[in-house]
Write a protein that binds this ligand. Sequence first.
Ligand SMILES: C[S@@+](CC[C@H](N)C(=O)[O-])C[C@H]1O[C@@H](n2cnc3c(N)ncnc32)[C@H](O)[C@@H]1O
Length: 282
Amino acid sequence: MKHIPVLLESVKNALGDINGRTIVDCTFGAGGYTRAFLENGAKVIAFDRDTNVACDAEELKKTYGERFVFINAPFSEIKKLNKNDFDDVVFDLGISSMQIDNAERGFSFRFDAPLDMRMDSRTDLTAAQLIQKLSESELADILYEYGDIKKSRLLAKILKQKLPSTTFQLRDLIKNPNDVAPVFQALRIAVNDEMGQLKSALESVHDLLRVGGRCVCVTFHSLEDRIVKNTFRKWTESVGDPRLPSIGEAEYKMIRVALPTDKEVQGNPRARSAHMRGVVKV
Ligand SMILES: C[S@@+](CC[C@H](N)C(=O)[O-])C[C@H]1O[C@@H](n2cnc3c(N)ncnc32)[C@H](O)[C@@H]1O
């Protein structure tokens, strides 16, 4: 299935007039956001750690030339970009429809395939290797924290005994059918260190943006949303001791929170759990 960009209109509204601005799109995917930014006159530097999207990026490069740069690397690498050099940074987290629908990548329990789940197949351990490597209690913590699996200790014990190497083997070891999707999600988050990537990238964004620059994040998991919310809260709080007469002004201001409309969710079920938050550097 073609990837339909989620909350794109809200992201565009949060960014305002982008003509002539330099935007870092941290999650290129199918290029839905990047294309919209380029069509509206922005210069885009796009990251994606998935090697499979490089072809789509090449196509855009043919049309937009120097206004578009693609970097095939994890977005935590934005720390290498120059400070105060960018107008906006955008994240549309999680995985794309192309990744989940590509049977052999092992993201989905709908297809039988090796238990892989790596966004970047050049690095990282596969989900099967991760299950082998982790201790039972580390695995249980991942299932509980990222998947909210109530009987995480029991399931971790079973997984460590059986060491599933395919998606169907894993699926068949999960007794409660309601736990199948959350277990797959939890392992995917761990394989790709998604929370670590997000925390590290946000730390760099703080100093990358010019005054007037915006950071907009679309999240799909409550923990991701919490990381974004807490980071933005920290950036937007006044600094200093509030009991003293003069406290420093915060460097950032909140701009907007947006959720998908019922209509968007009907047309694109992936949008169901999406949250958008944004801040502007003042
Ligand atoms: C939801 S899709 C983005 C879709 C895109 N906004 C669009 O409209 O087509 C997320 C993309 O981000 C990439 N991604 C996720 N985490 C990443 C990371 N830490 N570094 C680089 N790319 C990442 C995934 O490989 C995937 O292609």
